[in-house]
Ligand binder design. Structure first.
Ligand SMILES: Nc1ncnc2c1ncn2[C@@H]1O[C@H](COP(=O)(O)OP(=O)(O)OP(=O)(O)O)[C@@H](O)[C@H]1O
Length: 706
């Protein structure tokens, strides 16, 4: 047979199996719908039964309906390539690997779930250690149609007669495909070093480091899918949280888990970790640095202890014909005394009232007709006294307290010697600008929330049991509504991506979400935009606990950039990295990055034609990356060319580019990315490593990158 007809024959054989699988999926769908119907009938029946029977029937109904819904959800997930792999072993066994485990009506395996232990060989077998695998086959499909196959022969000496081997490399084929605006899953082509990190035990802290494009994000997300599959009860019930640097990033990765049938994982950017707040704006690097520093804890603590703006500075009250008075100094003393108790301020109003009454007694003591207990009881019940307490010791929100600090004098008082006068100016200006909380403010607000304590509860409308139930299942029962209590801190697993950029204050905020969590921490120190890694490291250790099990995986192959693009990127970080921190980019396109020198007046005008050229050269996305200061100007220049395909073109600054990727990139004035940031070369490195195929650098410096 010719080469082509062997391939066609093999594709046809795989199509036959895939057809059987899809037919079975249809049957399973019908069975699940039937189960759900029965569950509903059971519930209907229960309404007519005695109460105690009702409870058990409702429980049974819940279990049935939930189970049926879970099956339907995973069957309904986007199943492009439901079956993507096949292993042929030395024992003449054949195993298909796919996104779901599927058995036929006789319980024989049609497809093994990629996360099952039996499927591990699909990712881990190598020619050196074939793990009983003779041939590994990747099956590529469009919808339900097999379009191509690709084989690795791992044990040629065991190849039986008639076993065909076709293809040129599924990984390379997948890497050269055009990118869309969302990241895709990589289940079919996970590499061995990646698989080890994905399948690592759930306990403790799993660190995944590696250079740009090594698949850290992809691996972390597949790890989540793996952990949920292996331990759904533990992981799914308490929930999994994935934290990324920006909303652009969380949107970019948002499809990966649903495409694997997992739609219960929460994705949040750093500006959204605190419930009720959404921040996207970034401060300047200088301000970010101060806001992120642990010194802010002391500043915030002191800020809380000051009298709130507008609080009365005198208490005057008449008791038994005598005027009792506490002046500003005495009131300040009482305030200090109440704050010195361990209770948070929002829980201390009763303490404050008691301390005020004691201070009033000290005024009254010795005067005729005064008795301690009478004064305390009678004044304590008086409405004018209550009115005073409410305004003198108000229940505060974190936003109010941060708002106070826009006042430079107040901030300087709170800062004491923790901040320099220049730092005080920087922060006061940033808050006085009134543009709403920035991403850096969110960690401060969260800190204040904890320092203030919860406001006193008047009524508990829901019982604790009801709360717990709502947390676990959502109110609707069958739809997956994953509403958790505000400031939920019991996630079972938390993934922190681009972890190298978290400030110490952000580590504290993130650490609070996982009191009992295990962690996957993903990052690359060379891409860090945080200036003091040692401080961040120690904050991270105290946030996550130093003694827990730690395991570390380092990924060494850059799957994103062409070798030509990465060669240029590596040049800019030679001074801030060691050779072992730089990955190996193995895919060569033969196209070197274009570096174009232009005059300063032509710089911005040159962006549109370059973007147009790249849009015509690649099938997928084009990113324009510029300094933050130039973002608006470049966006305006690009909107002039209304003929460009906006779905394929985006404009971001160096920080927003974190974690994203495009088929082609226009990088505008690289030196500005360096000078604008306190960790310049690292930010530039991020920008230079976003493109998979083409990179054009526009610079006004003819000698760049020298
Ligand atoms: N085994 C693989 N098979 C196919 N594609 C892969 C594989 N590993 C990684 N990729 C692809 O390489 C690209 C880079 O992956 P990813 O974004 O996860 O890298 P990263 O290490 O997080 O990068 P960065 O640190 O630059 O953000 C993605 O398009 C991803 O799909």
């Amino acid at each position: 047979m010719s080469h082509i007809s062997v391939r066609q024959a093999e594709i046809a054989a795989e199509q036959a199996h895939v057809d059987v699988v899809y037919a079975r999926v249809e049957e399973m769908r019908a069975e699940a719908r039937d189960m759900r119907r029965k569950g509903d009938q059971l519930a209907h029946g229960a309404r007519n039964e005695a109460i105690f029977e009702q409870a058990s029937m409702l429980f049974e109904r819940d279990v049935m309906v939930r189970h049926a819904n879970q099956i339907l959800r995973s069957l309904d997930a986007e199943h492009e390539g439901l079956v993507f792999g096949r292993l042929d072993t030395t024992d003449d066994e054949t195993m298909y690997v796919g996104r779901l485990g599927i058995r036929d009506a006789n319980f024989d395996n049609l497809v093994t779930d990629w996360r099952a232990p039996a499927a591990a060989a699909f990712y881990q077998a190598t020619a050196e250690q074939p793990m009983n695998v003779v041939r590994r086959r990747v099956i590529r499909s469009t919808g339900q149609n097999v379009v191509d196959i690709d084989d690795d022969l791992l044990a040629p000496e065991k190849q039986p007669e008639g076993m065909a081997v076709v293809g040129e490399g599924a990984l390379m084929a997948s890497l050269t495909r055009a990118r869309g605006d969302r990241m895709r899953d990589i289940v079919a082509t996970i590499q061995k070093e990646q698989d080890e990190a994905i399948r690592a035990p759930w306990r403790g802290i799993t660190e995944i480091t590696g250079g740009p494009g090594t698949g850290k994000t992809a691996v972390a997300l597949h790890r989540v899918a793996y952990l949920l599959y292996r331990d759904r009860r533990r992981m799914g019930g308490s929930g999994v949280l994935v934290i990324g640097p920006s909303p652009a990033f969380t949107s970019y990765i948002s499809r990966v888990l649903p495409s694997m049938g997992e739609d219960t994982v929460e994705l949040r950017s750093l500006g959204e970790v605190l419930d009720g707040a959404t921040a996207t704006g970034m401060d300047s690097p200088e301000v970010t640095r101060v806001k992120g520093s642990l010194r802010m804890r002391r500043v915030l603590k002191r800020a809380l202890r000051a009298a709130p703006p507008g609080a009365p500075d005198e208490l005057r009250i008449t008791f038994r014909g005598e005027v009792l008075r506490l002046d500003e100094r005495e009131l300040a003393k009482v305030r200090r005394q109440v704050h010195s108790k361990a209770r948070p301020p929002n829980q201390s109003r009763v303490d404050a009232a008691e301390a005020l009454l004691e201070a009033l007694w000290r005024q009254a003591e010795g005067r005729p007709g005064m008795a301690h207990d009478e004064l305390v009881t009678e004044l304590g019940e008086r409405i004018d006294f209550h009115r005073f307490v409410v305004v003198w010791w108000p229940i505060l929100t974190e936003n109010e307290v941060l708002g106070w600090l826009a006042d430079r004098d107040r901030l300087a008082d709170a800062a004491g010697r923790s901040l320099s006068p220049a730092e005080v100016d920087l922060l006061a200006d940033s808050w006085a600008a009134g543009t709403g909380p920035t991403v850096g403010d969110i960690a401060l607000l969260d800190e204040l929330r904890v320092l203030l304590g919860p406001p006193p509860k008047r009524h508990r409308r829901r019982t604790a049991a009801r709360e717990a139930e709502l947390r676990a299942y959502g109110e609707a029962g069958d739809a997956p509504v994953y509403r958790r209590a505000a400031h939920y801190d019991e996630y079972s697993h938390i993934v922190v991506d681009e972890a190298q950029d978290l400030s110490p204050m952000q580590w504290r905020m993130v650490g609070r979400r996982g009191r009992y969590a295990s962690w996957t921490i993903v990052g690359d120190p060379v891409q860090s935009s945080w200036p003091d890694p040692a401080e961040a490291e120690s904050a991270r250790t105290s946030a996550l606990g130093a003694r827990t099990t730690r395991r570390r995986f380092t990924l060494g192959t850059n799957y994103r950039n062409s070798a030509e693009i990465f060669e240029l990127a590596a040049q800019v970080v030679t001074d801030v990295s060691t050779p072992d921190q730089l990955p190996n980019a193995v895919r060569s396109t033969g196209v070197k990055p274009a570096v174009r020198a232009v005059g300063p007046a032509e710089l911005v005008a040159a962006v549109l034609p370059e973007a147009r050229t790249l849009l015509s050269e690649v099938d997928g996305t084009v990113g324009v990356i510029t300094s933050t200061g130039r973002l608006a100007e470049v966006r305006a220049a690009l909107s002039v060319g209304s003929d460009v395909d906006e779905a394929r073109l985006s404009v971001v600054d160096g920080l927003e580019a974190k974690g994203l990727e495009y088929d082609a990139v226009v990088l505008v004035e690289p030196t500005e990315l360096v000078t604008e940031s306190t960790t310049g070369p690292r930010t530039l490195y991020v920008a230079l490593t976003r493109a998979t195929q083409r990179l054009t650098v526009l610079t006004t410096d003819p000698s760049w990158p020298a």
